[in-house]
Design a protein around this ligand. Structure first.
Ligand code: UDP
Length: 241
């Protein structure tokens, strides 16, 4: 697979069409599970600070670029990634795929009640979607809940507990899911449930989702300071070669 290393994290240079083809190939003849990380600057910076987190992230089968920050980094490194694949959009593509192919989905994460509402909304949007179950991301996150989720034999597991928790959780428990596709999707269930609004199309198609989130959720400002720091590290990497 074509990969581009950004601060030592290998990002898959794959587009949506190819990725969905890989999912299809996987379900034709499953050979283990598939673990997806949707990497943003924050996640990449966290791998620099924690070896155990870096191990969890790099144990993924696909690390894809969540947004414009990672795309800009790839341009700075003169190895431009072809496409961004935001977690929320990936989740919808997988939901549509699951619906078309009779695959089951599990929603795990967010505050009590949110995953349930997200499941209801998903069923309304994708008529006939098979929901294996849902669970909030606070009551229990340990081995018991992992086994409980695994018992439902979900084809797709959306783990929405934010980074670094969701990647650590998937890396730790993925062996309980022999053929599932497991994806860390951050705050996506908050959006799918209708509790948080995603940026309107104008903002997303102009690569301004980060600005929309900053304006509507100003408490994220501290976290977003990681983006310029990330880009500074990338520039440093570019000129140290
Ligand atoms: N969350 C959770 N369990 C926890 C901590 C957080 O389920 O112990 C959820 C939280 O409710 C939110 C999501 O994880 O739904 C993280 O959302 P955030 O917007 O931080 O993620 P991002 O999309 O920025 O990665």
């Amino acid at each position: 697979m074509d990969e581009i290393k950004i601060l030592d994290v290998p990002i898959a240079n794959i587009n949506k069409v190819e990725l969905l083809q890989e999912i299809d190939d996987h379900f034709q003849m499953p050979d283990g599970n598939l673990f997806f990380v949707t990497a943003n600057p924050e996640i990449i910076m966290m791998t620099k600070d924690s070896t155990s987190y870096k191990e969890a992230v790099t144990s993924a089968d696909y690390i894809v670029a969540d947004g414009i920050g990672v795309l800009i980094a790839s341009k700075i490194l003169r190895a431009p990634l072809r496409e961004k694949l935001p977690g929320y959009e990936l989740m919808h593509d997988f939901l549509a795929y699951a619906n078309r192919h009779g695959k089951t989905v599990y929603f795990f994460g967010a505050k009590p009640g949110v995953a349930e509402q997200a499941a209801k909304n998903a069923k309304a949007e994708y008529r006939g979607l098979k929901v294996a179950g849902y669970m909030d991301g606070y009551t229990n996150k340990g081995p018991l809940v992992a086994s409980e989720i695994a018992e439902t034999k979900p084809d797709f597991v959306f783990v929405a507990m934010g980074a670094p928790l969701q990647e650590r959780w998937i890396a730790k428990y993925k062996d309980l899911f022999p053929t599932s596709v497991l994806v860390g999707v951050g705050g996506s269930l908050d959006v799918l449930s209708g509790n948080v609004k995603r940026a309107p199309k104008f903002w997303t198609s102009n690569n301004l989702e980060w600005l929309y989130r900053l304006l509507t959720q100003p408490t994220r400002a501290g976290r977003m300071m990681k983006i310029p720091i990330f880009l500074m590290h990338v520039v440093k990497e570019r000129f140290s070669k």
